[in-house]
Design a protein around this ligand. Structure first.
Ligand code: DGY
Length: 327
């Protein structure tokens, strides 16, 4: 009997590939550096029972329409804003994701980006390599203090809380804004709840951790940025769509805020001629929040297990739309 077909939109670590191969016929897009072309995806999903995907693929209605046999879409990510969940749910297609396991790794990167931006680590590296280092200077490459400063975390979910724990280690004053209050975080870490506007006005570091969704689209725009301190550092490791990039660019260019560290962008990869990349007070990364070897391997294995459960008609380990099981 032939095995069900899975479309794997990027080659995964061997452990995950091994699991998948045992139970499914695989179509794998094998490029090291490029996402599966849309036309190939639309072609390959026609006979597919499942798709193993990632944040770089748009699994929208057109893809779902092209895949009449689909039972599961499994993304190697916690976020699922690239998937049309409503349409999938209506059609009984389970969506799997990988929450929990990437929390600490993503918080590490968020803090690394915060520190690199505040203390001009990337500027310093460029300065040395370019041969500009002629002597020690009293105000050479001076940045902002982290220890004892005020951090405002927007989105106190799992990753926000993990960032807060790190901030507590740096004796930072901890503010947060969230859809609902988190009394246990307030108690454990001394975090103080603020309205979004209050948080923006009081924080030295504004760290955006909200998930990408229509509700959070461009939640940080010109008005919000205008409330921040001139010395503020803005960090985004959530989704690029949560920020109005043009407004951020203007504010950084005019030094109305001090700097930004960005791991995510509205369009990924960001164009190399994007105005944000022309600024010295911006540190940019290519969406690597969860990119440690161990965590990415675990995410791939969970994504594989979710996909396999889906093609067997079993409950996934982590389902975005458990409503599909109620039908
Ligand atoms: C996620 O998991 O949603 C990240 O953005 C990719 O690691």
């Amino acid at each position: 009997m032939s095995k069900p077909k899975l479309v794997v939109t990027r080659e995964l670590p061997e452990e995950a590939m091994h699991l998948l191969k045992e139970e499914a016929d695989l179509y794998v897009w094998e490029s090291e550096s490029e996402s599966i072309p849309r036309s190939v995806l639309l072609q390959e999903v026609q006979q597919a029972t499942g798709i193993v995907t990632n944040v770089a693929d748009s699994i929208d209605r057109e893809v779902l329409d092209a895949a009449p046999h689909l039972r599961v879409v499994s993304t190697m990510a916690v976020g699922f804003d690239n998937i049309d969940v409503n349409t999938a749910t209506q059609r009984g297609i389970a969506i799997g994701h990988t929450p929990g396991i990437l929390t600490e790794t993503t918080a590490d990167l968020t803090f690394a980006l915060l520190m690199a931006t505040a203390r001009r680590v990337v500027d310093g590296d460029r300065f040395v390599r370019n041969g500009e280092w002629k002597s020690w200077g009293p105000m050479l490459l001076t940045g902002q203090d982290i220890y004892g400063a005020t951090i405002g975390i927007i989105g106190m979910g799992r990753i926000g809380e993990a960032v807060a724990r790190r901030a507590a280690g740096f004796a930072m004053k901890l503010l947060y804004h969230n859809r609902s209050r988190r009394p246990e975080v307030e108690q454990k870490l001394g975090a103080e709840y603020r309205s979004l506007d209050e948080l923006l006005a009081e924080s030295d570091y504004v760290v955006l951790m909200a998930p990408g969704s229509p509700d959070t689209y461009r939640m940080i725009g010109a008005r919000e940025i205008s409330l921040m301190k001139r010395s503020a550092v803005f960090i985004n490791t959530s989704r690029g769509t949560n920020v109005d990039e043009q407004a951020l660019y203007q504010a950084l260019k005019e030094k109305r805020i001090w700097a930004a560290g960005l791991d995510v962008f509205e369009q990924e990869p960001i164009r190399t001629d994007h105005p944000l990349l022309s600024l010295d007070n911006v540190v940019v990364l290519p969406h690597i929040g969860s990119a440690s070897i161990a965590t990415r391997t675990r995410m791939a294995v969970i994504a594989a297990k979710n996909a396999l459960a889906g093609i067997r008609g079993e409950r996934l380990l982590h389902t975005v739309n458990p409503e599909v099981y109620e039908a």
